[in-house]
Design a protein around this ligand. Structure first.
Ligand code: HAM
Length: 422
C-alpha cells in the first residue's frame, strides 16, 4: 500500500527546500532590521477563539476550518490564521507588561479547507508582522511600507498596493443599515451565499467572488469611506500621507473589506499580476477591538500576513530565486585505513566551520567522485593510503577540474582561505 499526501497539501522536497529557507532568511532579516521578535503558537487552539476572533459568518469560520472534537470532547481547530492565536498568547502571557508596544513576527503553517488551486492550498504557510498597542497611523504605515519593501527587495516589481478604511464599529453599524437598505431591492439577484450574508453579516458580501454580486455592489452599495467618522478619515489621510513620504504608491479600493471580521480603519492588500486569480501576496490591516473581544484590555493593533507559497510562485515566475552556491567539501576515501582517517578529517573540517560530507555507503572512489559532482561539491579531498603514509592528501577544485597534492597540516588553512576568498 502506497500513501499519497492529502489533497491541497505539499511536500517541500530536499532539492527545492533552499527556496523556502531563502524566503525565511529574508523575513528574519527584515524582522531583525525592524525590531520584531519571533512568536510561535501551537498548531491548534480551541475553536471558540477563531469563532470570536474572525467571526461566525466569515468564509474561514463558516466553511474552511479543520475542526474536530478531541478525546475530552473539546472542540479544537487547526489554526487557519495567526492573528487570533497571537492575540490569545498576548493576553494569556500578559505581554502588555513587557512593552507598551509589542512587535512580533511569525512564520507558520496554517490550515483552511478551501478548494485547492494555484496559490491556494489547504495547508499553507504565512509570514506575518503584528504591532500591538498603538492606535496611530505611523504603525499602519510601517506595516504597509515593510510589507512592500520585503516584496520589492526580493525582486518583485509591478506590485499594486490597495488600501481602504472601513472605520470603527460605531459608525459601521449605521453604514451596514444603509448598505442593507440600498441592496434590499436587488436582494434576490444576489448569489445564495450573499442572500444569507445579507441577513447575517452584510459586509461580507464584499468578499464575494461572484461577478454579478460585485456588479450589484458597484451599482448600489454606498462607499464605506463616505460613512466613517471624522477621526477615522483623519487617521486614513495620515496613513496615506506617510505612504507618500515613504514613496509607496497605492490605489484606494473602496470595496476592500477583507474576509475577516476583526478589521477596523485601515485594510490593505498587495497584489501581483504574476499570480493569476489568487493574486494577493499579502494582506492585513488594523484591528482595534480584537484584544478586548478575546478577553483582554482595550488595545489597538495592526498587522499583515503574506502567503509563502504565493510568494514562491511570483518569485519563480519573475526568475528571482537565487541559485545557491555551496562551499561543500566532499571527502573521498580509498581503502579501509583511509576511510577511518577521512571520517576523522570530516569532523576536523566541520569543527572549523567548513561544510563537509563524507561518504557513508563505502562506495568505490569513482562512485564517490560522481556523488560529489551530483552534490555540487566545490572541493574534493581525496584520502588515499599511499598519500597518507606521506602525510598528504589530494585537494581537487571541482569548478576548475584542477587538483594538487597537499600536506595534511596545510589542508585546513588552505580550504579556509579558499572558502573565505569566494
Ligand atoms: P488573509 O488575507 O486571510 O489574512 O491571509 C493572508 C495571506 O495568506 C493572503 O494574502 C495569501 O497570500 C495567503 N493565503 C491565505 N489563504 C491561503 C491559502 N489557502 N493558500 C495559500 N495562501 C493563502 C490573514 O490571515 C490575516 N491574519 C492577516 C493579518 C495579520 N491581519 C492583521 N494581521
Amino acid at each position: 500500500m502506497k500513501y499519497s499526501r492529502v489533497k491541497g497539501t505539499r511536500d517541500i522536497l530536499p532539492h527545492e527546500s533552499y527556496k523556502w529557507l531563502y524566503i525565511g532568511d529574508k523575513i528574519r532579516e527584515f524582522a531583525l532590521l525592524n525590531n520584531f521578535s519571533y512568536i510561535k503558537t501551537p498548531a491548534f487552539e480551541v475553536t471558540e477563539l477563531f469563532v470570536r476572533g474572525i467571526g461566525n459568518e466569515t468564509d474561514i469560520v463558516s466553511k474552511e476550518m479543520y475542526t474536530f472534537l478531541d478525546k475530552s470532547k473539546t472542540s479544537i481547530t487547526l489554526k487557519p490564521e495567526m492573528t487570533a492565536p497571537v492575540i490569545r498568547a498576548y493576553i494569556q502571557n500578559n505581554l502588555e507588561q513587557m512593552s507598551a508596544v509589542m512587535r512580533v513576527y511569525y512564520i507558520d503553517a496554517l490550515f483552511r479547507q478551501e478548494k485547492p488551486q494555484k496559490g491556494r492550498l489547504r495547508q499553507f504557510h504565512q509570514y506575518g508582522f503584528e504591532i500591538i498597542g498603538t492606535p496611530y497611523p505611523e504603525a499602519d504605515a510601517e506595516i504597509i511600507v515593510l510589507s512592500y519593501t520585503i516584496l520589492k527587495s526580493l525582486g518583485l516589481d509591478d506590485l499594486s498596493v490597495k488600501i481602504n478604511s472601513i472605520g470603527n464599529r460605531r459608525t459601521r453599524k449605521a453604514y451596514l443599515e444603509l448598505l442593507r437598505e440600498n441592496i434590499a431591492p436587488c436582494k434576490n439577484d444576489l448569489c445564495p451565499t450573499c442572500q444569507t450574508r445579507f441577513s447575517r453579516n452584510v459586509l461580507r458580501i464584499f468578499d464575494c467572488k461572484n461577478q454579478k454580486c460585485q456588479e450589484l455592489l458597484d451599482e448600489h452599495a454606498p462607499r464605506i469611506i463616505d460613512h466613517i467618522s471624522d477621526e477615522d478619515k483623519e487617521h486614513f489621510s495620515l496613513v496615506l500621507k506617510l505612504l507618500d513620504i515613504a514613496g509607496v504608491s497605492y490605489q484606494i479600493d473602496h470595496k476592500l473589506v477583507r474576509g475577516l471580521d476583526y478589521y477596523t480603519r485601515t485594510t490593505f492588500e498587495i497584489t501581483s499580476p504574476l499570480l493569476g486569480s489568487q493574486d494577493a501576496l499579502c494582506g492585513g490591516g488594523r484591528y482595534d477591538y480584537l484584544v478586548e473581544d478575546l478577553g483582554g484590555k482595550p488595545t489597538p493593533a495592526v498587522g499583515v500576513a503574506g502567503g509563502i507559497e504565493r510568494l514562491l510562485i511570483a518569485l519563480e515566475e519573475a526568475g528571482k530565486i537565487p541559485v545557491t552556491d555551496s562551499n561543500l567539501v566532499y571527502i573521498v576515501s580509498i581503502g579501509e585505513k583511509a576511510r577511518e582517517y577521512g571520517f576523522r578529517l570530516s569532523w576536523e573540517l566541520r569543527d572549523q566551520n567548513i561544510p563537509c560530507e563524507f561518504d557513508t555507503l563505502r562506495r568505490s572512489p569513482k562512485a564517490q567522485m560522481r556523488d560529489a559532482g551530483r552534490k555540487k561539491a566545490k572541493y574534493v579531498v581525496i584520502v588515499g593510503e599511499d598519500e597518507l603514509k606521506r602525510n598528504k592528501v589530494i585537494l581537487r577544485d571541482m569548478s576548475k577540474s584542477y587538483q594538487e597534492e597537499i600536506g595534511l597540516n596545510l589542508l585546513i588553512p588552505t580550504l579556509k582561505q579558499k572558502i573565505s576568498s569566494v
